[in-house]
Design a protein around this ligand. Structure first.
Ligand code: ADP
Ligand code: MG
Length: 283
């Protein structure tokens, strides 16, 4: 049912003031609804009010109305891309503490945050002991890429291997390979933490191979590349995989103290200070 409003001297500035205007207004709302421009429809009264109050031109008012819809659409798409990315934590590059990671070149991370490396399908290898921020940086890079509009996916080496293994058994190998070929940026976290089953090397190799020179991988490992033959249980496959990964790549060696342990030590230190401060000396 459509209602027509009649002129009301007490009405808001943007509210329609005559029956014709009211029906035009209702029609406009209906058009927006048919076109599924729900955010624009919702903001229509406010934009019309602003147009009158600020004396906006027709072009300016239309631009403002459509900008509302564009912003909402972009926010929805980003939320969708982030859902698809499956990030394990909300870590961002902006939160990364460079003072705590002296080996990490801030200028390089700032450059990577621009996502230009994705255009040349450059890979990023983050190598270092536990707690040095590898996963944090990988998540931050994936998030930046998603924010820039790229399709991304985050997984661990163990999950990727397990999923490929199931796919092989269930006859979905080709579909699964297409899935891992899809995202512009694929993060493979924690290569080397868990001993991988024999068939994992083939799966990871194929994923790396099919993305080679087309799309980027960010890979983290607690083991230097020299140990990958041992991790994958096959030195030939490891060498072939490294060849492709490193051909166009940025390798970041993270070392230094574990951030997890730093936080733990800082807590202990505070605890020690408070307890020694309040406790009576033993006599
Ligand atoms: P890794 O993957 O190298 O084992 P993580 O990235 O998981 O280490 O880091 C462990 C924890 O410490 C995470 O909560 C992470 O956000 C935090 N962290 C590590 N390094 C930094 C850093 N330089 N700045 C801020 N947080 C950090
Ligand atoms: Mg990690």
């Amino acid at each position: 049912m459509t209602t027509t409003r009649t002129a009301d001297p007490t009405a808001e500035p943007g509210a329609p003031s005559t029956t014709t205007q009211a029906s035009l207004y209702q029609q406009l709302r209906a058009h927006l609804a048919v076109l599924r421009l729900y955010d624009a429809a919702e903001h229509l009264p406010a934009v019309l009010d602003a147009a009158i109050a600020e004396g906006l031109s027709m072009t300016a008012a239309l631009e403002r109305l459509l900008a509302v819809e564009v912003d909402a659409t972009e926010a929805r798409r980003l939320a969708g891309r982030l859902r698809f990315a499956c990030l394990p934590t909300p870590a961002t590059l902006a939160e990364f503490d460079y003072d705590a990671a002296p080996g990490v070149d801030r200028a390089l991370i700032d450059e990577l945050a621009t996502c230009r490396y994705l255009e040349s399908a450059t890979n990023i290898l983050l190598i270092g002991p536990p707690g040095t921020g590898k996963t944090h940086l990988a998540i931050g890079l994936v998030r930046s890429a998603a924010e820039a509009g790229y399709r991304t996916y985050f997984t661990t080496a163990a999950d990727l291997a397990a999923r490929c293994h199931r796919a092989a058994i269930e006859g979905r190998w080709a579909t699964t390979m297409r899935f891992y070929a899809g995202p512009t940026l694929l993060a493979i976290d924690e290569l080397g933490y868990l001993a991988l089953p024999a068939e994992a090397a083939a799966a990871i190799f194929q994923v790396v191979s099919q993305r080679y020179l087309k799309t980027s991988i960010v890979l983290t490992s607690n083991r230097g590349v020299g140990a990958w033959g041992e991790i994958l249980g096959d030195t030939t496959v490891a060498a072939a995989m490294l060849d492709r990964l490193l051909h166009r790549s940025v390798v970041l060696n993270l070392d230094g103290d574990s951030y997890r342990l730093r936080a733990h030590q800082a807590r202990n230190e505070t605890l020690r200070k408070t307890t020694t401060g309040t406790r009576k000396p033993l006599s």
